[in-house]
Design a protein around this ligand. Sequence first.
Ligand code: PEP
Ligand code: MG
Length: 579
Amino acid sequence: MASFTLHGIPVSRGIAIGRAHLLAAAALDVKHYLVAEEHLEAEVQRLQQALVAVHKELQTLWLDLPKDAPTELGAFIDVHALILSDPMISEAPLDIIRTRHYNAEWALLTQIDELSAQFDEIEDPYLRERKADIQQVAERVLKVLMGSAQPLAAVGDGEYQAQMIVVAHDISPADMLQFRDRSFIGFVTDVGGQNSHTAIVARSLDIPAAVGMSQASTLVAQDDWIIIDGDAGVVIVNPSALVLEQYRERQNALQRARKKLNKLKKTPAVTKDGTPITLLANIELPDDCAAAMEAGANGVGLFRSEFLFMGRNSRIPSEDEQFEQYKRAVVAMKGRPVTIRTLDIGADKPLDQTEHTALNPALGLRAIRYCLAEPQLFLAQLRAILRASAFGKVRILIPMLAHAFEIDQSLAMIAQAKAELREEGVKFDETVQVGAMIEIPAAALALPMFVKRMDFLSIGTNDLIQYTLAIDRVDYEVAHLYNPLHPAVLQLIAMTIAAGHKAGIDVAVCGEMAGDVKLTRLLLGMGLREFSMHPAQLLSVKQEILNSDLARLAPQTRKIMRSMEPDAIADAVQQLQLM
Ligand code: PEP
Ligand code: MG
């Protein structure tokens, strides 16, 4: 097998070594998990039963055909019944379950994808058309599988260990959540940028990933061996034994370093000169609180609540459902503050796959704009968050604010939610703090408007960079322009930190810059005292803080802030690391 290397954008650290699992777009809607050895036959039976059920369904359809129905209709049903009985559908997917341990839905779709590819090559247009019939039959089986039968338990610790690396043209953040299974150890996509939400989810899953790989999904074959070097953004396909050995050694060294870091879990984050720093966690779902607690986070600085809304075919979670989830997070954090950001839907976080997006989604009806346009939905979320505040310390964070009237309307909606709950006798924290994301340059340039109305600020550097530099954070063709150290970006961040301090309100950074150890000292020097990041990054950042001396960093940082030369800034930031 030929070995080759692909270069892309590093988005998530570490090294992954595993087999390629090519993900076809059609396969995204079903759950993917590996079935434990002892459940394999039951999983095979689950698929067999679904096949029998569809047979019966087709028979009933045939019998119920009206007498005057066109003859083609009966013929179509016959063709579907024939397809269903063909070993390519009735047997091949069963083998996939037995040999690859895929769950039934995944096994069926894998087989359908392989068949579809073969059909694409057929020249006879009539036969080529039969691909659609096969897909329709598969859909019927999937419906039965997903509707009735209970999926079996996924593989547990120490069981079947086929480690897979997902290779796809693109994976949406919601789809990525389908792969929260220990068997998936890495992601490679053709498209995407450093701070696309797909990359962010990979970081939060603490899985090595590389995006912007251009042709990866066409060059890599199913089951190829792959190494992802997450730090370098390099993917090595079918590596030689020597290369594999070297990477295994690096992987072991990384694991050892990680173990060492774990010793810092209980150490307070204090700089050498005694300044305490608050380290918070970014989470997507309440389950992530376990990792936040494990890393010793002081609380949650960003709960991206939109992940509760995604991948549900546009079915919005009810107020009660949301309340249960927020409460779970609040209880899990055991009294530490949980900052729940209100729905930040839109752009690269659509509510569902099929949603038609605007021409310029990042500039469109997203986040608070969407919420204010859908007041009932917004009110339900605010009520749910407030109800959760009766169970611990909750803060509300509003994304994408730029206008005073948006702040005022948001606050009015919160007041309305509170008034309703009060009237209904439902408990909540009357003093719940409300903060603004500073992630649009206009906000950073109009800070008095914010500090006057808000209890705290949180800088969303991912969007702040996107909007300041006018580059789409998910477009890999402009990814090289995405520079957190651009002097304009640094000025906006510094201005926000200073304005917050002057007004006596807390300022955090919750964008990806907060978790980048290469930038920890710069941000400390700029006066930042609250960092919010993925739990996996927290201990490395803490280590950097423990080794930092603010008295020495501050004058150097002031010098950096006076510079407008990108190379000089980059050099000086590197120098900070050595201080
Ligand atoms: C940001 O923009 O920096 C941020 C934290 O929010 P998100 O990445 O979810 O847009
Ligand atoms: Mg943002």
